[in-house]
Design a protein around this ligand. Structure first.
Ligand code: G6Q
Length: 558
């Protein structure tokens, strides 16, 4: 295969871009009265799959019919369909780790058949789901009691990265559906403050810790899990009580047992589930405890509906394919460096943080799958905050700054907390922002408002700033599943176009080993230092000034 920038479709797109670089969205809309309805996807209409229900309006992207035609040609040329089919088939498309990539199997129906090395993995997936459901029902129903006979009221998920961001995001997103008589906390940072604050008001007798770690070797998680164990034992004083208060989610049974957790209380998953693609595996145990197995199943069904859409819909009507192609257009032709994700839904407040890992860990790569250096831009920077808060801070730069920042607006027609007039105001804002970004305000329009001439340049909005608006009926478990799967597959499409391995994360692995050397040097106060002069000086300064951090703490009171 030729490299991305040598592909005939790339060259055609480059020429097309040169011809339309100065075309304004104002013009595109003025020349086509139907554009706002035509350049949209409502898969319930297009593909007869009434289940999707996500209205995807990309008419405010800087594209024409010709752009779309060329982008779709690019997708065909780069082998998106073949690579997608290879993923769904269980081929080892994660080439650097020689692994299959099968998060789609986590939400497959019970009777599906998906083979890894000749073995159908779907029964294993459902066996774990059944075990999670039985456990969740027992905890939620008050059958699973703590060691002193009290009901479990608090769940603390200890994990980091993919073993944290998905669970936190999903808990926050689906809080409306959660058991309100239970408290959920998430500890990820190795900074002791994270653990201390998470448990400071919890009663150990009513607390369940989930140690969530695919490898069960991650420094942060193992340190927090050990601290949790100490915290618990200091209050309960009985090793045998651990079995009722600690469960594990992992692929590493040996390490789980070594830590002291009974394998009967372990929920497994597999090496073909990447950390950032694992929120719908056993890593979602905290989510299931919060919302119950039925809602969790609905979420999985939402994921699966998007998987099937991605697998079967023609590219012209395929949400993840179009979303991925538009991202490539903005990134490689309009030279946008970032993407702002702007959910107008308070419950999605952690969605941008979740997407940061999904997108940037997947596509932040600088060599091809074959290891050749890449000469074009790959994954952009994702960031964002829920609306309307962002409007009062960083939107200034999006409207009038010198950079082009494509935006994903996400909104819901129905609120889960009807408090008139809030929802209409929220919706008015998201619609107004997308409109203002696209069309701006010209100098003549500013003058017509009676603005003095010296102020006119400051009051002009250039417009022509691209955005997509995703509108769903309401935020429920199935819709969340669809949204996450939409981004997952869009990331996949981009990775295929750029010819990168979207499923490894060597940059993260490095972080896991780098600190180890320095830890030893901090602990041994007089060890000889062989770093650069800056690091050496910082270590010396820290050794001197750290105070009594390692002095034994007094035994905690119950
Ligand atoms: C995700 C990454 C990474 C991982 C964490 C936690 O795709 O691999 O974020 O999830 O480093 O790893 P463990 O689950 O093994 O503790």
């Amino acid at each position: 295969m030729s490299t991305f920038t040598e592909a005939p479709a790339y060259r055609a797109l480059q020429a097309h871009h040169d011809a339309m670089r100065n075309v304004h969205l104002r013009e595109l809309f003025a020349n086509d009265a139907t554009r706002g309805e035509r350049l949209t996807l409502d898969p319930s209409l297009h593909s007869g799959q009434a289940v999707l229900g996500l209205y995807f309006d990309y008419s405010k992207q800087r594209v024409t019919d010709e752009t779309l035609k060329l982008l779709i040609a690019l997708a065909h040329e780069r082998g998106v369909a073949e690579k997608r089919d290879a993923m769904f088939r269980g081929d080892k498309i994660n080439v650097t780790e020689k692994r299959a990539v099968l998060h789609i199997a986590l939400r497959a129906p019970r009777d599906a058949v998906i083979l890894v090395d000749g073995e159908n993995v779907v029964p294993q997936v459902h066996a774990v789901l059944d075990k999670m459901s039985a456990f969740s029902n027992r905890v939620r129903g008050g059958e699973w009691l703590g060691a002193t006979g009290k009901r479990i009221r608090n769940v603390v998920n200890i994990g980091i990265g993919g073993s944290d961001l998905g669970p936190v995001m999903a808990y926050e997103a689906l809080k409306h559906y959660s058991a309100r008589d239970m408290t959920f906390r998430f500890v990820s940072n190795v900074d002791g403050t994270d653990f201390a604050e998470a448990v400071q008001d919890l009663n150990a007798e009513e607390t369940l810790f989930i140690v969530a770690s695919k490898t069960f070797t991650t420094l942060e998680t193992m340190t927090n899990a050990q601290t949790a164990r100490n915290w618990f034992l200091a209050r309960i004083g009985d090793e045998s009580a651990i079995a009722k208060h600690f469960v594990a989610v992992s692929t590493n049974q040996a390490q789980v047992e070594k830590f002291g957790i009974d394998p009967a209380n372990m929920f497994g998953f597999w090496d073909w589930v990447g950390g950032r693609y694992s929120m719908d595996s056993a890593i979602g145990l905290s989510t299931m405890l919060a919302i119950g197995p039925g809602n969790f199943r609905d979420m999985l069904d939402g994921f699966h509906a998007m998987d099937e859409h991605f697998r079967t819909a023609p590219f012209e009507q395929n949400l993840p394919v179009l979303m991925g192609l538009l991202a490539v257009w903005n990134n490689n032709f309009l030279n946008a460096e970032t993407v702002a994700v702007l959910p107008y839904e308070q419950y999605l407040k952690r969605f941008p943080a979740y997407l940061q890992q999904l997108t940037m860990e997947s596509n932040g790569k600088r060599v091809t799958r074959q290891g050749e250096m890449i000469t074009y831009q790959t994954g952009p920077i994702y960031w964002g905050e829920p609306g309307t808060n962002g409007q009062h801070s960083f939107y200034q730069l999006i409207h009038q700054g010198t950079r082009l920042i494509p935006c994903d607006f996400i909104a819901f027609s129905q609120t889960l907390n009807p408090l008139p007039p809030h929802h209409d105001l929220l919706m008015a804002n998201v619609l107004a922002q997308a409109e203002a970004l696209a069309f701006g305000k010209t100098a003549d329009e500013v003058r017509a408002e009676g603005i003095p001439e010296w102020l006119v340049p400051h009051r002009v909005f250039p417009g022509n700033r691209p955005s997509t608006t995703i509108l769903a009926d309401k935020l429920d478990p199935a819709t969340l599943g669809k949204l996450v799967a939409l981004y997952e597959h869009s990331v996949f499409v981009q990775g295929v176009i750029w010819d990168i391995d979207s499923f490894d994360q060597w940059g993260v692995e490095l972080g896991k080993v780098l600190a180890k050397k320095i830890i030893g040097e901090l602990e041994t106060g007089d060890a000889e230092l062989r770093h650069d002069s800056s690091t050496n000086a910082l270590i010396r300064k820290y050794r001197k000034a750290r105070g009594a951090w390692n002095v034994k703490q007094p035994a905690p009171k119950n």
